[in-house]
Design a protein around this ligand. Structure first.
Ligand code: FAD
Ligand code: HEM
Length: 408
């Protein structure tokens, strides 16, 4: 990393750093302009970028703002390596290639010029062009390693590979599981519990493909992958979710679905032997189920606390399996929390997972904590766990959407 930054002279570094704050101040203007011109010049990229995130404005900030944030570390990019790796996992899963980087660079420069106006001198524009090149090289080289890893892995592959649905199982009123095996009949790559795949939905009446991530909800080591998908229904003015409805309504046993190889950095650390605390809300149970199924096999002695929150029993997927695990493994304790129970529901707490209740359940804060669920839920869990005294480094979570800060 240090060697790439050596190619930048001090004047370039100083110029870039001096202009970052002004650009960050106009973050929204930059990102709007950036995506508008990029999709106008390269409409084919609508096949890659999540167009719903674009409409909702969720993703708009992430890409361009990360380039600006990275520019502040332009002389020490090693400091942001963990972030680059996390984004790199998403990029690799989406099949982002080196040839895409100049397109983003060109349109980002156009947006920067637009925002800075007359202040965008030739010197400033040249400095930004060089800086973007260096940042892009860091991403490209890290992603190259990731592509090599999935290509060389037993059963691994690059790009999308056709899988067929071998089983479709309704898990609750809104969640359905799809068991997937490769059409080519070959082996499939193993994965780490917590990782996701990207599915490419090629929907007949849609002008573009839609890519979405789904966490694997089974343990590794099977001859199939399993994803469990929540059907996002239309609510008020918000239309029904495109891909989840396509999967629920049009994907049947025998249907083919192209997917990318598993990836992601939200993974269970099996070297840690301390108690494991898994907490999920709604469909956030998918990576937790993979972790739970794995830990009981790989670390049968490890204490596990699994807490799941759902509206009620009708929307609670995989309860029977968790009950079975709890019955057969005395080291596993599981708790169910419903905020809107219906008649006949069996649960441990009504309402939400709050701090006061959590501290009566968990024996120690010297544990590994993993959680996943809707954003509001995740913010609350983060606060509960920090209040409980959990170490920052022991708290792990996955956001089922564009990167966001749930820690404040
Ligand atoms: C790492 C990762 C793992 C994931 N794992 C899972 C998993 O295991 N299971 C799972 O079910 N999901 C998972 N997801 C979420 C999944 O990728 C999809 O985002 C989800 O299925 C919704 O996609 P969709 O195409 O159905 O909905 P989209 O069409 O993307 O819409 C999403 C939501 O936005 C609303 N919406 C649409 N347009 C607008 C608008 N203009 N204004 C306001 N709201 C709007 C829709 O009503 C819908 O509720 C994961 C996501 C990530 C990033
Ligand atoms: C140095 C350049 C780049 C930076 C700093 C960057 C940064 C980011 C960040 C921060 C995210 C959000 C990650 C997350 O949600 O977890 C992201 C996602 C994404 N990036 Fe990049 N990116 C860069 C280049 C590219 C390129 C070249 C492409 C392809 C043209 C691309 C396509 C995407 C897509 C499709 C997503 C998923 C988000 C969505 O579809 O809504 N990125 N990137």
């Amino acid at each position: 990393m240090a060697t790439e930054t050596l190619t930048l002279d001090q004047k370039t570094i100083d110029t870039v750093k001096a202009t970052v704050p002004a650009l960050q101040e106009h973050g929204t203007k930059i990102t709007k302009h950036f995506y508008k011109t990029m999709f106008k010049n390269h409409p084919e990229l609508k096949n890659i970028f999540n167009q719903t995130n674009q409409r909702k404005g969720d993703q708009q900030k992430a890409l361009a703002n990360t380039v600006l944030a990275a520019a502040m570390y332009i002389d020490n990019l090693g400091a942001i390596l963990p972030v680059v790796k996390q984004i790199g996992e998403k990029h690799r899963s989406l099949n982002i290639k080196p040839e895409h980087y100049p397109i983003v660079g060109e349109n980002l420069l156009i947006a920067i010029k637009e925002v800075l106006g007359d202040a965008a001198t030739d010197d400033i524009m040249t400095a930004w062009e060089k800086a973007y090149g260096v940042i892009a090289d860091v991403f490209i080289s890290i992603e190259k390693e990731m592509y090599e890893e999935v290509a060389n892995k037993k059963g691994g592959w690059v790009d999308y590979r056709d899988f067929k649905v071998v089983e479709k199982v309704k898990e609750s009123d809104v969640i359905t599981s799809f068991y997937l095996q490769p059409v080519d009949g070959g082996e499939i790559a193993t994965f780490l519990p917590g990782q996701y795949i990207t599915v490419k939905a090629e929907i007949e009446d849609q002008p573009y493909n839609h890519l979405r991530q789904y966490s694997l909800s089974c343990a590794p080591g099977q001859n199939y992958y399993r994803i469990s998908v929540k059907r996002e229904d239309a609510i008020g003015d918000n239309p029904a979710g495109i891909v989840s409805n396509f999967l629920h309504k049009r994907l049947e046993k025998g249907s083919v679905l192209p997917i990318s190889a598993p990836g992601g950095d939200f993974v269970l650390d099996l070297k840690d032997t301390r108690p494991l605390v898994l907490i999920s809300g709604g469909v956030g149970l998918t990576p937790m189920m993979s972790m739970l199924e794995t830990v009981i096999k790989e670390q049968p002695e490890r204490e596990v606390y699994y807490i799941h929150a759902a509206r009620n029993g009708k929307l609670h997927a995989m309860k029977a399996r968790v009950d079975e695990i709890t019955r057969n493994h005395s080291q596993v304790k599981s708790y169910t929390v419903y905020d809107n129970p219906v008649e006949g529901d069996q649960f441990d707490k009504e309402g939400y997972i709050d701090y006061e209740w959590l501290r009566t359940i968990l024996p120690t804060n010297d544990a590994a904590f993993y959680f996943c669920g809707p954003k509001g839920f995740m913010r609350a869990m983060y606060q509960n766990l920090t209040k409980f005294g959990a170490n920052e480094s022991d708290i792990h979570f996955e956001i089922f959407g564009p990167a966001d800060d749930i820690t404040n």
